[in-house]
Design a protein around this ligand. Sequence first.
Ligand code: 5AD
Ligand code: SF4
Length: 522
Amino acid sequence: MNEEQRKHGQQSKSATPSDQKSEKDYSKYFQSVYVPPSLKDAKKRGKEEISYHSDFTIEDQYRGLGNGKKFYIRTYGCQMNEHDTEVMAGIFMALGYEATNTTEDADVILLNTCAIRENAENKVFGELGHLKHLKREKPELLIGVCGCMSQEESVVNKILKTYQQVDMIFGTHNIHRLPKILSDAYMSKAMVVEVWSKEGDVIENLPKVRRGNIKAWVNIMYGCDKFCTYCIVPYTRGKERSRRPEEIIQEVRHLAAQGYQEITLLGQNVNAYGKDIEDLEQYGLGDLMDELRKIDIPRIRFTTSHPRDFDDHLIEVLAKKGNLVEHIHLPVQSGSTDVLKIMARKYSREQFLELVRKIKLAMPDVSLTTDIIVGYPNETNEQFEETLSLYREVGFESAYTYIYSPREGTPAAKMNDNVPMEVKKERLQRLNALVKEFSAEAMKKYQGQVVEVLVDGESKKNPDVLAGYTRRSKLVNFKAPNSMIGKIVKVKIIEAKSWSLDGEFIEEGSIGTEFQEPVEVN
Ligand code: 5AD
Ligand code: SF4
């Protein structure tokens, strides 16, 4: 361990061996000097200090490292990963690299990976296989794996053993070290591995290259301490640590001044925001939102919520509306109290329904969406039926649905499972049919209504049509001049489909007012 690791209490960081990658016993040698990321260590978190660093700079020795070179980042998984990619792109640009959107053209390729389900990981291993020939044709090409998969010991070992085309592996806590990691990778023929298991840092001032100039993501917190029994995130993303409110407010103000129209506040469990900030007693997401709503930016969203920490003050603040939109993504995971208990979600079906009741009372026009896992170990048919009935009772407007995927190192992975895969698939199909029915139902209510749409750009399916989202996150397609892209416009809905709305452009909306009432009616 070096001084910096000791300071942060980190458990693992590689040494880069000086021998050649081509040697057969390379991985063996590596094992003897390299401490892998440990899921166990990641869980052993206490009340260690969170240190805030506001002084990120590119050290002189790394300046110009990328001059004349191009980088390519492929992102898998959630918005947190997308936003990490924006930060890494910012660091690349600060080092002198240029962006490219083809792997053939790139001098550095990074795969920013997701570990949440097995199929997400398989995609990455497949892609690494494809990249092998590029590396053969262009040996000076650097290939890196970062993101959540690199926090898993088994993945790091598999890459060390089988994917020798990889030059760098670095974890979610090591993004700010990218200049050093790149520089090490250029200097050494061996794989550079830098993954820390524990992290208590918040690093401000990181450069960012945001995708687009209409919508922006803003991290409000990192990590998760909930340890739901199926979930790998608390291990791969570390402990909960909040950014200071003044930093967040300043970033949102700055984005507003740059003309951004929508902000999404990001965190694995945003409702735990502020709990770890010791000098701010009782300061939570509700307080932060109450300050952010005064900023002159048309829309503010947040994701993802945990029902357990969703408090009354937040509901009260969200009900003030203005730029706080009427859409809440509230993952429930299951409708059965028994399954929720095994999942360690820390709420019952009844408590969830009570929360929904309170939210709807304060915001009768709210749109609720959710995440659901089917086929949890030993889930009975009755328990699954409870999920369907809860979905109906809440009246969710849409959902992301998943078949449970065991993740090594999590408690659920050790549970015996008596539910055959065909049964899990059948449950998923039944749930998806219900999700579609309810989405279509929600869309139908918009028929003939006028909605406000933030225009993202041309529709992916038809470049003659523009596409954008309402405050309640409904996708709307309509014809209008391209000059409307990036604006909030009024559209009359002509046809409601299952997942989207078709409409006619009416006019450019009145935007930018702080307390503008939405035009949509639900
Ligand atoms: N298997 C299936 N789905 C999972 N999710 C998280 N972990 C797993 C897993 N092991 C789902 C949850 C979560 C969403 C982001 O991914 O529904 O809310
Ligand atoms: Fe995973 Fe979300 Fe549970 Fe955290 S709250 S453990 S990120 S499902």
